[in-house]
Design a protein around this ligand. Structure first.
Ligand SMILES: [Zn+2]
Length: 103
């Protein structure tokens, strides 16, 4: 089962590379382009490729479900770097002005 999952996720990666670089690109070319293309560490996930998301992990179907909050965490693929951890362009947060305050 573990071997199947490993092969399956590897197939996903290869399929993604074919979409990105085309089926005729060699693996070494794809690696070269990948390394050259993504040189900036992703500021959103800090190079990890995923972001920890907090959610309510309290079991459903209990009398107090929906009233009790139990923090649980899961890893979500980073949408800024697409799970790579690095980006081809230097990214920075877009600040939104939300009012005025005294200095
Ligand atoms: Zn990221």
């Amino acid at each position: 089962m573990k071997e199947f999952e490993a092969k399956h996720s590897r197939a996903d990666i290869i399929a993604q590379l074919i979409v990105e670089y085309g089926a005729d690109t060699t693996l070494s070319d794809a690696l070269r382009r990948e390394l050259r293309a993504n040189i900036y560490k992703c500021p959103k996930c800090d190079g990890r490729g995923y972001i920890k998301i907090e959610y309510n992990g309290y079991p459903r179907g209990l009398p107090d479900s929906g009233f009790v909050y139990e923090a649980a965490y899961k890893d979500n693929k980073c949408d800024l770097c697409n799970g790579i951890g690095y980006t081809s362009k230097k990214m920075q947060p877009r600040m939104i002005m939300d009012g005025w305050t005294e200095e």
